[in-house]
Write a protein that binds this ligand. Structure first.
Ligand code: UT7
Length: 412
């Protein structure tokens, strides 16, 4: 116990020791430094690890019927097919043209073939179609799916699309949530699923997960802005991942062999779609209050900055994930990047020393489909027989947030 008389001497001692203690603390726990701009890698907001024992066992995708070619866009904005193809690698994109369809379960009559009706084509329906294909390939019964993630930034219900997608698929025993990380969403989604499935799902009780990546950014682009409207298309892709079992001898050699994820909100100004509030007076007692209702404005993008960010950070994050997986770049069978711009893919492949014939791309036909782009391209590559069981795929997503991440997958 400290008595009153000894207090001044203790105080002096504490004051004398303070600089020493402080410098010790600073050396061992440096204070958080806030990044000044997005030129630097965001070290503080990062995670990486390896491996997540699970298996990617099913893949599927769906895109709207309506095709908009570059030539079509020549009458919309001042552009040309030649400019778009040479600067981006895109020839056409698919877009949703119908108003938002009713709820996929209780919005229709029993027995009605609502999926076949073109008028019902909406984002949720694309997600359901993609997921059905992935479930069929995986041979996992929908009732055995333990959880569903819908990675999207353009959900049709503000409170999330994942629960309606799960209900329409008959995933009766799953919990579901949406995940928003823009064009990195699918990649962040499979890493999240991998965390639940790791080590036979022993910690979580989860055996099978469904990850859907779905976006309809055509609904949010400014069709008068030639800088951005030429880039985006709509689609959905889906993957089923299952935990490995105790008797699965290769369990540590499949699934997510390594991953790394980053974000840096200081760069969010370079690619955003913000809310625009409108004042709404509400007559409460007395003077009343002015509340606001809100809807989303058009997307804005600083293309040059996003291009610089992607070509700088994507090779780095892929190297981090390869290191975490203890895999050499020569062992990579396929490089699968978020499909944003063929020039970004060329730069990243070149920086990693990966030849272009190992790069999976279908950007030319679909444009940038945001969270759907990785599973959409992988689905095509698997169904064409290009990607085979046991192949190592280095995947990377990047985009608004800013967010970026990589995962090294062994397929099958
Ligand atoms: O999921 C992530 C989403 N975003 C991205 O990945 C975007 C990354 N950035 C890019 O892909 C490229 O920066 C763009 C494709 C957006 C633009 O390509 P760029 O080579 O960086 O073109 P730029 O912005 O430097 O523009 C060059 C010229 C400009 O004209 P001036 O100032 O040189 O006279 C633009 O006004 O091209 C003009 N331009 C166009 N011309 C014809 C910009 N858009 C168009 C267009 N058609 N659509």
């Amino acid at each position: 116990m400290i008595n009153n008389q000894s207090s001044p001497s203790i105080l002096i001692l504490v004051l004398l020791l303070l600089p020493i203690t402080n410098s010790f603390l600073l050396q061992n726990n440096p204070p958080p430094t806030f990044l000044k701009n997005n030129e630097q890698s965001s070290k503080l907001q990062a995670t990486s690890g390896a491996p997540l024992e699970c298996r990617a066992v099913g893949i599927g995708s769906a895109a709207p019927r309506t095709v908009v070619t570059n030539v079509d866009l020549e009458t919309v904005v001042e552009t040309s097919d030649e400019w778009i193809r040479t600067r981006t690698g895109i020839s056409q994109r698919r877009v949703l043209v119908h108003p938002i369809a009713p709820h996929p379960v209780h919005g229709f009559e029993e027995g009605e073939d609502w999926m076949a009706d073109e008028k019902n084509e909406g984002l949720k329906i694309l997600g359901i179609k993609a997921a059905k294909q992935a479930l069929e390939m995986s041979n996992v019964d929908p009732e055995d799916i333990d959880f569903v993630i819908c990675a999207t930034s353009s959900q049709e219900d503000l409170f999330g699309d994942s629960t309606s997608i799960a209900a329409a698929l008959g995933c009766k025993n799953s919990f579901a949530f949406d995940l928003t990380a823009a064009c990195s969403g699918f990649l962040f989604g499979i890493v999240t699923a991998g965390q639940y499935l790791d080590r036979g799902g022993k910690a979580s009780g989860v055996s099978h997960a469904l990850v859907v990546g779905a976006d309809a950014l055509s609904r949010f682009v400014d069709w008068d802005d030639r800088n951005s409207c030429i880039l985006f298309g709509d689609a959905a892709g889906a993957m089923v991942l299952s935990s490995s079992h105790d008797n699965d001898e290769d369990s540590d050699k499949y699934g997510i062999l390594g991953y790394s994820m980053h974000s840096n909100g200081l760069g969010s100004k370079d690619l955003q779609c913000s809310m625009t509030p409108t004042v709404r007076p509400v007559k409460t007692r007395g003077d009343g209050v002015e509340l606001s209702t809100a809807s989303y404005d058009f997307m804005t993008m600083n293309g040059k900055e996003v291009y610089k960010f992607a070509t700088r950070e994507v090779p780095r994050v892929l190297n981090e994930a390869l290191d975490a997986a203890n895999i050499d770049v020569e062992q990579v069978d396929w490089l699968l990047l978020h499909q944003a711009n063929i020039r970004i893919m060329e730069v990243v492949a070149q920086r990693l020393g990966i030849p272009m014939d190992k790069v999976i791309t279908n950007l030319s036909d679909y444009g940038n489909t945001s969270a759907a782009s990785i599973p959409l391209a992988l689905d095509e590559a698997v169904r064409e027989g290009k990607v085979k069981k046991g192949d190592i795929i280095a995947c990377a997503g990047f985009g608004a947030g800013l967010s970026w991440g990589a995962a090294i997958l062994r397929w099958g």
